[in-house]
Design a protein around this ligand. Structure first.
Ligand code: MF3
Ligand code: CO
Length: 256
């Protein structure tokens, strides 16, 4: 069953989302060669506390950290680690899900450390564009897989890979709710979208093949061919006037 949220629930998710968006904007100031992914996690955890946000990752299936930080061929779910040190040219993905007064927002962004390749920049640009195209289909009357198909089309038009093994999800009081939102598929399938549905949409995109595996640490998802991967995520609400993006600060970026 897909939970439908009322205005006041969506307002709380929006508050969580805007606080999270501020943190994921400000974190770029500390991202320099030499910093460890554990230091990034500690900095974010402290910011979450200051803003009365509660991390939903910490404690989830035994996960011990507030965030996921994934570098280069790590796609998602990178475990913060004091021995993982950022270097010039790295593509870093930071993913945080947190609740404010019981309601969640889930968000991920890509960051460039120093000078990165043109390839990496292009990959991230297309991944963000794919997310926007997916969000633009999150409209009353459309079907769920219209979102999936739009994401896949944008990614494959550029010759990149769509990771199949992980997906977006409904979100609300819980980090993960129904439905599962695939990043690929044919349009016109699945439930009809209605006002009050809230989704976390998160394309995971590879420069090479889309096959991934889980590292020996039990969490970190990596590309099999060691190719570079990008991941961005926004939490959105479907409203009668279109999709509303809850994890963006700029007013003109919040509607599509
Ligand atoms: N934020 C991730 C998601 O989009 C989940 C991270 S939870 C963790 O679903 F426990 F894996 F860290
Ligand atoms: Co998510």
């Amino acid at each position: 069953m897909i939970n439908i949220k009322n205005k006041s629930s969506i307002q709380k998710m929006e508050k969580a989302g805007s606080l999270l968006a501020e943190i994921l904007l400000k974190v770029s100031e500390i991202l320099k060669p030499g910093i460890s992914t554990l230091e990034i996690d500690s900095w974010i955890e402290n910011e979450l506390k200051k803003n009365n946000l509660i991390s939903k990752a910490k404690g989830y299936k035994g996960y011990k950290y507030a965030t996921c930080v994934s570098i280069n061929d790590e796609v998602v779910h990178g475990i913060p680690d004091e021995t993982k040190i950022l270097a010039d040219g790295d593509l870093v993905k930071i993913d945080v899900c947190a609740s404010w007064n019981g309601y969640c927002a889930d968000m991920a962004r890509c960051y460039f450390i120093g000078d990165v390749s043109l390839e990496a920049k292009k990959l991230v640009e297309v991944t963000q564009k794919a997310l926007d195209k997916g969000i633009s289909k999150a409209r009353v009357g459309n079907r769920l897989s219209d979102i999936s198909a739009a994401i896949q089309q944008e990614i494959e038009n550029h010759g990149y890979g769509v990771v199949r093994d992980f997906a977006g999800h409904g979100i609300g009081k819980n980090m993960h709710e129904e439905p599962e939102i695939l990043n690929y598929g044919r349009p016109g399938k699945g439930p009809v979208l209605i006002s009050g549905m809230t989704f976390a949409i998160e394309p995971m995109v590879t420069l090479g093949d889309y096959d991934v595996f889980i590292d020996r640490d039990g969490w970190t998802v990596k590309t099999k061919d060691k190719s570079l991967a990008a991941h961005v995520e926004d939490t959105i609400a479907i409203t009668d006037s279109g999709p509303k993006i809850l994890t963006r600060l700029n007013l003109n970026e919040r509607v599509i």
